[in-house]
Unconditional design. Structure first.
Length: 460
């Protein structure tokens, strides 16, 4: 029996094990995670912070599921070294796990900006400073909220805006500090970023663009222009770096992340693979869940003997925050093609399509997501649009036609769920819970709702 060891117990690792189980794998599978407890949906951490979700709703698979499928789960344990010569994983307590194939799914570590005062002399974060990448981070921040009146969020990306809105919903006065010239600069252009900033301001959150925090003092966060932001909390959401130190020490090629080929295999060792945030494919690291799930699915099939390759992800990213709606398909700022753009800053909406050879190759939607489900379908399926359709797709409240979606159509690319499977569910929550459609990138959430709602036997 082949021994497979998975280092990491996050969303990518969980999806890999699920796929292997579904394929009837006979491998002896061991999963090692440094966090105690079951794997959870990191995308919804901000929902727990906001109070709209309970911790229990984040659980992906409990320990009983692993035991029931013959998978050994080693939780709350750190991996110290990879012994490639002996094909063993060395744990913190000195014990060793032999492997025939090794999968690295170690995720990413938060990065701290070059701001003095964030870390104390003993190496611990200042008590007012919080990272936000794990459930433990979320719990620590929740414990600090009762005594907090003001907060500074460092970073105006997706995670930063989610945390900012969650804290605002909790009654905290929030200020966002972003070093770039507009919000969400990795996903959208300046016009969309400007609309987003206006929306945040209307919701009571101040935004400082082109500004950097230089130090944390008793008075607050000192910006590079000398202005001081009084604060009780500082939340760092300014990005992460692939957790690749294990691979680097083991002599595997590491650039930004663990380098893998189209088989998601290290070029240095055919027995070592990497998926998710720690993996680098063709010079890119993703940092998002849908590509990680796609990599997990492809690697599972390869380990099961199928001849499939990974060619790069078509990502769909959704901002999950109350009263703040953003969806990004692909890379609308760099993908070549013809651009169709409609903006209404007064109403707080901006919609942009990039079309090439009659197909949607990228899009961004801010403020009005009424068309995101249909757009995601066109994007994923490479639909050739009609001559008038590119513009009409950006008009709000265009009626969708869920019954036109065939049963075998993949509604949710990240969860791999067909229209027929969604239609078989009794309620929207049942569909999301049993299929996970709409809980990953979120781009398919509206289609899920429409498909369930139009099932005659089970109206919602």
């Amino acid at each position: 029996m082949r021994r497979l060891v998975v280092v990491g117990h996050g969303m990518a690792a969980t999806r890999l094990v699920e796929e292997l189980v579904a394929l009837g794998s006979s491998d002896e599978i061991t999963v090692v995670g440094d966090e105690p407890g079951p794997a959870y949906n990191r995308i919804l951490l901000s929902a727990v912070l906001e109070g709209s979700h309970a911790e229990e709703a984040l659980t992906l698979r409990d320990t009983g599921w692993y035991a029931g499928h013959g998978v050994r789960l080693v939780g709350g344990t750190r991996v110290d070294e990879l012994d490639r010569a002996g094909r063993q994983v060395v744990l913190a307590d000195g014990s060793r796990l032999p492997y025939d194939h090794l999968v690295l799914a170690t995720g990413a570590n938060p990065t701290l900006p070059p701001m003095r005062g964030l870390v104390r002399r003993d190496g611990r974060l200042h008590e007012r400073v919080h990272a936000f990448r794990s459930l433990a981070d979320c719990r620590r921040l929740l414990e600090a909220l009762p005594a907090a009146r003001r907060a500074v969020v460092v970073g105006g990306g997706l995670l930063g805006l989610q945390v900012a809105r969650a804290l605002s919903v909790r009654g905290v006065l929030v200020e966002v500090v972003e070093g770039g010239d507009h919000l969400l600069r990795s996903q959208v252009g300046p016009r969309a970023g400007s609309v987003l900033q206006r929306s945040l301001t209307r919701l009571g959150t101040a935004v400082y663009l082109g500004a950097r925090g230089v130090r944390l003092t008793e008075a607050g966060v000192v910006l590079d222009n000398g202005y001081v932001l009084e604060t009780d909390l500082v939340v760092i959401t300014a990005g992460g770096r692939p957790a690749a130190s294990l691979a680097r020490r083991a002599g595997l090629t590491v650039r930004r992340g663990v380098v893998v080929d189209d088989h998601l295999t290290s070029p240095d060792d055919p027995r070592v693979h990497a998926i998710g945030d720690c993996a680098e494919h063709e010079g890119r690291v993703s940092g998002f869940v849908p590509p990680a799930w796609e990599q997990a699915s492809i690697l599972a099939r390869r380990l099961a003997g199928h001849d499939v390759c990974y060619s790069g992800a078509r990502s769909v990213v959704r901002l999950r925050a109350s009263d703040l709606d953003v969806a990004v398909l692909g890379d609308p700022e760099h993908e070549p093609g013809e651009v169709v753009e409609i903006a209404n800053p007064v109403a707080g909406s901006h919609r942009k399509l990039v079309v090439r050879e009659g197909r949607v190759v990228a899009a961004s939607l801010v403020g009005d997501l009424s068309q995101v489900g249909l757009l995601t379908q066109h994007f994923d399926r490479g639909t050739v649009l009609g001559p008038r359709e590119p513009g009409s797709l950006l008009l709000p409240d265009r009626p969708a036609a869920p019954r036109a979606i065939p049963d075998d159509a993949e509604v949710c690319a990240c969860a791999g769920v067909s229209a027929a499977r969604i239609r078989s569910c009794r309620t929207v929550e049942d569909a999301r819970r049993t299929t996970r459609a709409g809980t990953g990138c979120g781009g398919c959430a509206d289609v899920v709702r429409q498909l369930v709602a139009t099932t005659e036997r089970h109206p919602v």
